[in-house]
Write a protein that binds this ligand. Structure first.
Ligand code: ADP
Ligand code: ZN
Ligand code: ZN
Length: 676
């Protein structure tokens, strides 16, 4: 019996080198959560290993907490810590259920043994016949029966079940199309740890394949994880899983209360729920005997976590599937070049009803001079239901003074402020700074202020008929989607949120305003993003009998991403893109690692980045980035073939520079596989 436990204290300090040894209390194993004395205080820690002896003189933990992580998740956390240049403590913190919540209980009444029936009134007999159940408002009457020994009352755990806004009616299991059946068969025949890419055009019925693959896994006694981009934006797929599998589905996401999340986590941990649907963090769900992981809309950028550790849920899903012997199925109409390169591809080449994908017309905006081309205007008047994508929220992009040229900028970031008219505010979309819309220029006093550009708020006001707006300023996106679905006609206008996997059969027009907004980013993924956005938006139109069409407004009608998207030619796009990346040594033909140094002290970020660069052969930079939240920033980029080696040397370089007193004013963040 090992008598020592090795514990990672959950502190955020990077310099700490765990694990630390403690005496092993009875019943404690890998994954146990303890409170341990650490320095001058008590901290929570997770047991990562057991040992027979210690070189130190271990002391006893203070307490053993009720929560216990499955050992396979502890291993996964250790892998994430190394893979993303983070610490075990930070990785383990991601995996723990919400803190400080206890199971919720209510009073449960059940008949006690023995025959007391004779002495009861009719009303009491009627009440007794409704048991066992939670006492609820009948508690007083039940207490009287308890006093006479007829009923037992005791607390019992109540499940805090999250409510789902229903979008899209529940549908029965349809007969599969031939390509769906073939894909399902390939998934069933896959070996443990296999990775498959379900490349199906928009409306080809990928969700039905996931549902039936999940049913097969459940029938074989295995559990399932389904990752979706963002629960708030993808209520349809959640609703379809809940409708098909009922209570065996647990939904995990950040909008749940801590209590709800705790209960869903506990139901999975106990094996009561066997299917978990959720956004990227659901990849850590404590699902037992995992047999299948689905990554829906695998191209979606929300799978990358933007806090330390900067993990990519798609990569974590691959690791978890291979460790668990589960099959991984990633699905998309616009798969990433990385996935096409590495995964075995299954295809759904047609829409389920055999309908053609809608024709796409590219509109050259180089001399249009306003947000909507006259042809777009006309099409919107004719359309019954339309979806309009404009990837910019707010009223206008920025304000300038007509007399002195001053532009309104964020005091803490080097960016212009965006006007939100309904709130009467200018807002920074990077740090959240807000100020009132100015009535005059505080530099020269002029009252002549120009508003430049058009955002979703302004476009909403310029469109006729019922308009539904969907962007990050909307509180409950699922409500907007439900209202648009229920309306007989209207326009859904919004940011990339409108291009997610929504399935509305009666949309007969799709419009992309300013298709090159994503192309203008200086990033090797700009083409890929633009292709995905245009193709995904086009995929929302023409799903029903009425057919449909798509208009794409652009200043760059000849960009490959836009030309291929207009022809629905994913293969053509992917072939060209992979060739380009091979030539330029971009992922998947290398690993990129970005190191961002930041500081409030002038010049310190650039100096720290230069010092990091100095220690890394062949690194690029340092390059200054725009100031963010009052901090200057500079970055260094590493492009490497040997991933593990590069991660290790970046880790060592950052650690050395961070430990150098000359750079103590700087902070460091390492991003492996940055997404732009
Ligand atoms: P995708 O995710 O590939 O864009 P969906 O899964 O949203 O497509 O499916 C599009 C529509 O087709 C949905 O309304 C779905 O219920 C329906 N559907 C899926 N499979 C079939 C089938 N075999 N027969 C008829 N309808 C189907
Ligand atoms: Zn001015
Ligand atoms: Zn700001």
């Amino acid at each position: 019996m090992p008598s020592v436990v090795q514990v990672e204290p959950l502190t955020t300090a990077r310099a700490l080198r765990g694990p630390f040894d403690y005496l092993r209390p009875d019943g404690v194993g890998v994954g146990s959560v303890l409170v341990v004395p650490f320095g001058h205080r008590d901290v929570v820690g997770v047991v990562t290993a057991l040992a027979d002896a210690s070189e130190h003189d271990p002391i006893a933990p203070r307490r053993v907490l009720e929560t216990r992580l499955p050992p396979d998740l502890v291993d996964l956390a250790m892998w994430i810590a190394a893979e993303y240049c983070s610490t075990p403590a930070r990785a383990l913190s991601l995996l723990l259920p919400p803190k400080g919540t206890r199971p919720k209980t209510a009073l449960w009444a059940e008949p006690s043994d023995g025959d007391h029936f004779a002495r009861l009134t009719d009303r009491q007999r009627a009440l007794l016949s409704t048991l066992p159940r939670f006492a609820g408002p009948d508690l007083a009457a039940l207490r009287r029966l308890e006093a006479r020994g007829v009923v037992r009352i005791a607390p019992r755990v109540v499940r805090r079940a999250p409510l789902h806004v229903a979008v899209g009616a529940a549908r029965d299991e349809p007969a599969l199309t031939a390509p769906q059946a073939a894909a399902l068969e390939a998934i069933a025949a896959a070996a443990p740890g296999d990775r498959l890419l379900l490349h199906g055009v928009t409306g080809s019925g990928k969700t039905e394949v996931y549902l039936q693959a999940a049913a097969a896994a459940l029938a074989a006694g295995r559990g399932v994880i389904v990752l979706v981009p963002e629960i708030a934006l993808t209520p349809q797929i959640v609703a379809r899983f809940v409708a098909r599998f009922g209570d065996t589905v647990a939904v995990l996401h950040s909008k749940l209360s801590a209590g709800e999340r705790h209960d869903e986590w506990a139901r999975l941990r106990a094996g009561e729920a066997r299917v978990c649907v959720g956004p990227r963090s659901a990849v850590f769900a404590p699902v037992r005997d995992l047999g299948l992981i689905v990554v829906d809309e695998e191209h979606d950028s929300s799978y990358k976590h933007e806090g330390d550790p900067r993990y990519d849920a798609r990569r974590v899903a691959e690791r978890r599937a291979s460790e668990a012997g589960a099959v991984l199925v990633a699905g998309s109409a616009t798969p990433r070049p990385e996935s096409v390169h590495a995964l075995r591809r299954l295809r759904l080449p047609e829409r389920v009803d055999g309908a053609r994908l809608p024709p796409v017309e590219v509109i050259d905006m180089r001399d249009a001079g306003r947000a909507l081309h006259p042809r777009t205007h006309e099409a919107l008047v004719d359309a019954r239901k339309a979806i309009v994508l404009l990837n910019r929220r707010g009223w206008s992009n920025f304000l300038t003074c007509r007399s002195c040229g001053r532009a309104w900028e964020c005091p803490s970031c080097d960016v212009t402020l965006v006007m939100h008219r309904s709130d009467g505010l200018l807002a920074c979309h990077h740090c959240g700074h807000r100020e009132r819309v100015p009535t005059r220029c505080d530099a020269c006093g002029s009252v002549s202020i120009a508003r430049h550009g058009t955002g979703t708020e302004r476009l909403e006001s310029e469109l006729d008929g019922p308009v539904f707006r969907l962007d990050a300023d909307v509180a409950v996106p699922a409500r907007v989607l439900a209202a648009f679905e229920a309306a007989p006609r209207g326009v859904l206008v919004g940011t990339q949120m409108v291009a997610k996997g929504h399935d509305f059969p009666d949309v007969d027009l799709g419009v992309v305003v300013d298709a090159d907004s994503t192309l203008r980013f200086p990033d090797f993924r700009a083409e890929e993003r633009t292709f995905a956005l245009v193709t995904q938006l086009a995929g929302r139109a023409g799903r029903g009998a009425a057919g449909g069409r798509v208009l794409v407004q652009t200043l760059a009608p000849d960009a490959p991403s836009i030309r291929f998207a207009a022809r629905h030619d994913a293969d053509g796009f992917l072939a060209g893109e992979l060739e380009r990346r091979r030539a330029l040594r971009y992922p998947p033909f290398s690993t990129l690692i970005r190191i961002v140094c930041s500081s409030e002290a002038p010049g310190a970020a650039l100096a720290a980045a230069a010092a990091v660069r100095e220690r890394l052969d062949g690194a690029l930079g340092p390059a200054p980035l725009f100031r963010l939240r009052g901090r200057e920033r500079a970055q260094v980029v590493v492009k490497a073939e040997d991933r593990a080696g590069a991660v290790a040397s970046v880790g060592a370089a950052v650690e050395a520079v961070a430990a150098d007193r000359a750079h103590r004013a700087a902070s460091f963040s390492v991003d492996v596989d940055p997404q732009g």
